[in-house]
Structure formats: structure tokens, C-alpha cells
Design a protein around this ligand. Sequence first.
Ligand code: SAM
Length: 246
Amino acid sequence: MTNLTEPSVFNFDAIAIVHSPYKQKFAIPRQPGLVTAAHGKIELLADYNNIELVRDLEQHSHLWVIFVFHATLEQGWKPLVKAPRLGGNKKTGVLATRSTFRPNPIGMSVVKLENITKQDGKIYINISGLDLLDGTPVLDIKPYIPYSDSIVSARSEMASNAPQQDLIVSFNEQARAELEQQKTIHPNLETFIRQVLAQDPRPAYKKLNDEMQEYGMNLYELNIRWQVKESQCSVISISCAKIINQ
Ligand code: SAM
């Protein structure tokens, strides 16, 4: 019989931190790869800010990022959670979901590795397609190995396909002018906003009865305001955000 050897409590260091355009949880896609226009960077910290750690990493197109759900960990966990893919009402075992409320609040995301850069003595792993909140602490980074990590015959009855792109996104005149002003700072902002909103980030219970309610979301340092009528999502304005909480 195998016994648990000491220790059973482990102490891990954050080796890096994520700089993400997602400044609050609202509107972050549910999984990586859904919003390919999301670009972020992982900054190696302290003793780990050493170029030797990432030698040959660029031989891999994608990475596993193992991280802490730092913004929800204080809320603890429950054995049963409501899975959004089941309509948000039915409860299912936490280990059968990708919920953030887990016994150990650890997440894992496959992201695209764009490149590795060094600026002011800091090493940055530039990534895209992330589903990570700004400030997310990173415990580990590993290369994605297609022959082993991609299982063509795998099945998931709960999440068999990527979520549908539910909304058709357009920009009103004011938003279009503001988009134009942002072009030099954020050249891919339009695509980014379109991809985020096409996922329909509204909570399930709101979708039934929120005709023309105005929503706001923070991307980069910007507040984007939008509303939905049937399946049409109209972006109303893009302005500088006051980022208050996550
Ligand atoms: N891909 C990861 C996984 O499977 O472990 C995360 C999946 S989880 C369902 C994705 C959600 O986690 C995002 O929509 C966002 O709301 C939330 N999230 C991202 N970073 C977070 C963080 N640092 N703390 C708490 N929640 C976070």
C-alpha cells in the first residue's frame, strides 16, 4: 500500500506574473484560444528572471501556463459547482469542471508563444490567446507537446465544441472615431473587441431580459461600453478606464 509521504502541504513560488489586457474577470473568455487577438506577456520574476530558464523555449509554438486563480482564491471552494456549459443551473463535481473555485486554486492554459524579449533587464515571454487576468501569478511554464497533449479521439460530453460566436458586433459612429484614435497604441483593438464580444460575455441569467442594457468592460486601459439587441451587439464608446477592482 502506498502511504502519503511528508510533506502533504507544499509551498510554491510565483516564478512570473502575467501582464494581460483583461483588467477584470468580466469578459475574459472561458478558455484560451477563443480570442486569438488577445496579446499579453509573462514577466519572469526575481531569481527566475534569468535567460537560461527560457533557452530553447522558442522551439515551441505553444505553452502550458500553470497559474494561481489569485482573484478568487479567498472565496474558497465547494465540491459541487454550477457549470456555465450546463446552462448555469445544474451542479456538477468541481473536478469535472474548469471552475476557478477548486481545492487548490490552480489553473492551466495553453497559449501561443509569440516571442521572448528583454527590456530594462526584464525577460518577457510574449503570448496570445490567453484567458488570464492581469496580475495572475504563474507557478510554471511548460512546452505544449502536440503528439502527447493533443488527443484527436478525446471526448467531452459537457464541452464538445468551442462555444458558439453568439453576437454580431458593430461599432457606432462615436466608437468608430475612438477606435481610430487608438490605432497607433492598439492597432488590433477592433479585432480584439469583436472577438471578445462575439463570445457574448453577459451572464446567462441576464441574456433573457436585458434589452438595451448598457454593459462596460475594461480592456487594456480602456473602458468599452456596449449593448445588445437580439443577436446584434453595438459598441457605443471607448474611453479611458478607471480601473477600480478585478
Ligand atoms: N484555462 C484555465 C483552466 O482551465 O484552468 C482557466 C479556465 S477558467 C474557466 C477561465 C476563467 O478564469 C476566465 O474566464 C476568468 O474569468 C477567470 N480567471 C482568469 N484568470 C484568473 C485569476 N488570476 N484569478 C481568478 N480568476 C481568473
